[in-house]
Write a protein that binds this ligand. Structure first.
Ligand code: ZN
Ligand code: ZN
Ligand code: FE
Length: 762
């Protein structure tokens, strides 16, 4: 007896080879029926023996093509057709129904294409733009929707007959592969000098590789923008890249030819291995092994390396073109300092000409810039640090549908978020909104997101900081309802959203800087919050930041501020290295500033507390990139230390709790007097913070009965703090929720803003 079932499959199931896949599966199981693209995904009807139908249902999600992402399947019974179907058929898409479909992100070249790339008998042998429905560029070449060739930057290339035949054949791996191309009909690579002049070379990729080996810097056009490449084992090449890019000490990522090479440089566990090999090919932060031949200047003062594998055919060719190849290449965003990554060929000559000796360009336009994503495995889970290429525009799936909101994020590590039903679409990493190029990128990304998602937002959500570019941009949108969202409330809402939480939670929002509702700079916050509103249940006691922003760049200022707050001028007599090394004139200026309360905004920022401790421990007095002092303090932590954790006092402050740091600094100064090493200080500080926060969680639970805790904010990129606090809270029977899909830092802010705004109005 035959049975028949109807399936609606939702998620990313179009333009990823899903219909041919279902065709093959159904045919193999001798099922009859059909498949068609619909507005929200695909509709399938299958008919056959109950066993075969059961087998189909089990295998459908399990064996789906690599790019497909099934979010749900609705199944219904149908009466078995008596007049037998003619086998299994792929039916034409119903016109005008491509609306709610999800666009696939860009994907690393697949194993099948790689085999062809290096097969001398294949017609695409060494063709740098080989791709198929299972791989290749997507999001970065899309101008508009629906996603078909005419609306991508491949529109400029007309397929040759063999390519066209592949494209039209439902059983071919290149059926409807929009960027399909070959040597005869597709894009080409050229090598240019840094003035934009063509360098004559029979094989431009081999020539670029030769230049890299000679210690030159080459700008390489990738999927989402240009990289600046240099031989990672050549100290002078890496050194001059740093100099030209004006990037001091902030680590560079390295690309290695294969997994074995990365395993030679770094500790790679099973979860990290999977992540490195995933089709997203992100940069993965890995503990570096000692004595590896990577130049010190790649990641100075850092025990980690950001490593990734080649993801375009061009990358593979670059590594393959020499008998020995490279051990690793620095592959850093093609930009100066914190500007957006360059994407156009002419733009690259203009902006990168002074940084690179050569440019390896091609004529397939990148329509949307997108940096590499950065992830780290913590507690066995892959965590987003920077969510961009490979992940965008896959939405964050929400628990409930929300009205359409555009959220504009914060100031640093900016991302946007646009909601549509149960989907929250985060933009790629836009970066720090501190220069004209970034402003343009921000506007470009906002427009593009609305266009390809076809969403007309009714409101715009923004941070309360009046000076943020994103805030001013949102406030100027008088056509939309404007909703201001407190920074740390947005962090907690972001964590709630990705964990599908409803109702009230206890939220730990720890970071460096966020504008508070009292006008002070918050960042050590414990909120009792739902999506709509929050109460500030506890926070770190305020301390002045002498010099304002200057105190962020110079952690020694925070150390002085904390010492002066707790000990007055007496601290100048402390017999500790930090005090001995202070410049008396500069300290005097600082103390006067503090005493007169000039240019010394108040902060409860956790990042500033880390800065102060790092400075006192002698780790770092000045930083060259955001959170550098905190990162280095964490890295030198000695887990074997058994000294007492530094205590924080919890005091009542009206309805709220105040975390007083005085006992912490007393214990710290005592240790410094006894020459306790920084590695032990680091552990005692971290552990003290864990215990204080756990105590606060307990007190808030007593008062509110709330048992769910969300951990959010940039400070939770601190792995020791994240792991130990989570474990501690769990051991006290809290339910703990953390970030994985979106960054805990300000890159995840827009998601939270969108959810808060949606609930305030909705
Ligand atoms: Zn492929
Ligand atoms: Zn062709
Ligand atoms: Fe933040």
């Amino acid at each position: 007896m035959e049975i028949r079932k109807g399936l609606e499959v939702f998620g990313i199931v179009q333009g990823v080879g899903f219909r041919p896949y279902v065709y093959r599966l159904a045919t193999e199981l001798r099922l009859t029926g059909n498949i068609t693209n619909t507005a929200a995904g695909v509709a399938i009807e299958i008919q056959g023996s109950p066993e075969a139908v059961q087998g189909f249902l089990a295998r459908l999600p399990a064996e789906a093509p690599p790019l497909a992402r099934i979010t749900s399947v609705a199944i219904r019974e149908l009466p078995a057709g008596q007049d037998h179907d003619v086998g299994f058929q792929i039916l034409a898409s119903r016109a005008g129904e491509e609306r709610q479909v999800l666009i696939s992100p860009d994907v690393a070249v697949c194993a099948d294409c790689l085999r062809e790339l290096f097969d001398p008998a294949d017609r695409r042998y060494h063709y740098p733009f080989i791709n198929c429905t299972n791989c290749g560029p997507r999001y970065t070449i899309v101008r508009d929707i629906p996603y078909d060739r005419a609306r991508t930057s491949m529109a400029a290339f007309r397929m040759c007959p063999p390519c066209q035949r592949e494209y039209d054949d439902p059983l071919n791996r290149r059926f409807h592969a929009q960027p399909n191309a070959c040597w005869d009909c597709g894009p080409r690579v050229e090598l240019w000098d840094n003035g934009g002049k063509l360098v004559a070379a029979s094989d431009p990729i081999a020539e670029a590789a030769a230049q890299l080996r000679a210690g030159r810097i080459v700008a390489v056009k990738g999927l989402g923008g240009f990289h600046l490449a240099a031989d990672a084992t050549n100290p002078s090449a890496v050194g001059s890249l740093r100099e030209r890019k004006r990037r001091v000490e902030k680590p560079f990522a390295i690309m290695a030819p294969n997994l074995e090479a990365i395993e030679g440089f770094c500790e790679v566990d099973e979860a990290a291995r999977r992540l490195l090999l995933s089709s997203q090919r992100p940069i993965v932060l890995l503990p570096r092994k000692p004595g590896v031949p990577i130049a010190e200047a790649v990641a100075p003062y850092n025990q980690y390396l950001g490593a990734f594998l080649p993801y375009t055919p061009l990358h593979h060719l670059l590594f393959a073109c020499h008998p020995t190849g490279f051990q690793a290449l620095v592959m850093t965003s093609g930009n100066i300092s914190e500007e957006p990554i360059a994407i156009g060929n002419e733009e690259a000559v203009r902006r990168l000409g002074a940084l690179a000796d050569f440019l390896l360009v091609h004529n397939r336009d990148i329509l949307l810039r997108s940096d590499d994503s950065v992830l780290r495995v913590v507690g066995g889970r892959a965590r987003q640090w920077r969510r961009s290429r490979g992940y965008v525009p896959v939405p964050v799936f929400l628990r409930e549908p929300v009205p359409p909101v555009l959220a504009v994020g914060g100031e640093l590590k900016n991302t946007l978020c646009l909601t549509r039903g149960r989907h929250a679409f985060l933009s790629q990493h836009i970066g720090d909104l501190e220069n004209l190029e970034s402003y343009r990128f921000f506007e470009e990304a906002a427009g593009h997101l609305q266009r390809i998602l076809e969403v007309e937002p009714g409101m715009v959500a923004y941070d309360l900081h009046p000076d943020y570019f994103s805030t001013r941009w949102a406030l100027a949108r008088t056509d939309l309802e404007r909703v201001g969202v407190q920074h740390h409330h947005a962090h907690i809402a972001s964590c709630m959203a990705e964990n599908h939480l409803e109702g009230r939670v206890v939220g730990f929002a720890l970071d460096g800087t966020g504008y508070g509702t009292d006008g002070h700079i918050w960042g050590g916050e414990v909120l009792v919050a739902d999506y709509r509103e929050f109460i500030r249940a506890a926070h770190l006691a305020y301390v002045p930041m002498p010099g304002g922003a200057a105190a962020i760049h110079e952690p020694w200022r925070m150390a002085v501020a904390y010492l002066a707050q707790h000990f007055g001028r007496n601290f100048l007599g402390f017999q500790i290295p930090f005090v001995r090394q202070l410049d008396p004139r500069r300290v005097e200026t600082l103390l006067r500033m503090l005493e007169r309360k000039v240019n010394s905004p108040l902060t409860s920022g956790c990042g500033r507390l880390f800065d102060a401790v790092a400075a006192l421990a002698g780790v770092r007095q000045q930083v060259n990139y955001e959170a550098q002092a905190a990162i280095e303090l964490e890295m030198l932590l000695d887990d074997a230390d058994r000294g007492a954790p530094y205590p924080l006092a919890v005091a009542e402050d009206g309805d709220a709790l105040l975390l007083d740091t005085r006992p912490l600094f007393e214990a710290l100064v005592r240790d410094l007097c006894h020459a306790v090493p920084a590695s032990a200080i680091s552990r005692r500080f971290h552990q003290g913070l864990v215990e204080a926060l756990a105590r606060v969680a307990g007190l808030v639970r007593q008062r509110t009965g709330l048992n769910r805790v969300c951990l959010s904010g940039g400070t939770f990129q601190n792995v020791y703090l994240l792991e130990h606090l989570e474990e501690r809270l769990r051991s006290e029977d809290f339910e703990v929720f953390t970030h994985a899909e979106v960054p805990p830092g300000d890159g995840g802010l827009s998601l939270g803003q969108a959810l808060v705004a949606a609930h305030r109005i909705g």
